[in-house]
Design a binder for this molecule. Structure first.
Ligand SMILES: [Zn+2]
Length: 68
């Protein structure tokens, strides 16, 4: 197995920023950004074009980890 982490682009229109983050930290980073910068509003988001892909990756990841 490689150490390569899938990364996910996060976009915040209000801040005008786009960042790539490892899949396993992206949820926390999004929450923190929106909480600290935008009073908890969901401004920063995962690029909608790849959101589906991310969900699949996350599901596959969970599947592997939870395999008995
Ligand atoms: Zn922002």
């Amino acid at each position: 197995m490689s150490n390569e982490q899938p990364t996910v682009p996060i976009r915040c229109e209000q801040c005008g920023t786009e960042t790539r983050l490892p899949l396993d930290t992206v949820g926390d980073a999004l929450d923190r950004h929106n909480e600290t910068r935008h009073d908890g509003e969901q401004i920063a988001t995962v690029d909608p074009a790849i959101r589906e892909q991310v969900a699949e990756l996350a599901a596959a990841d969970l599947g592997l980890k939870e395999e008995p």
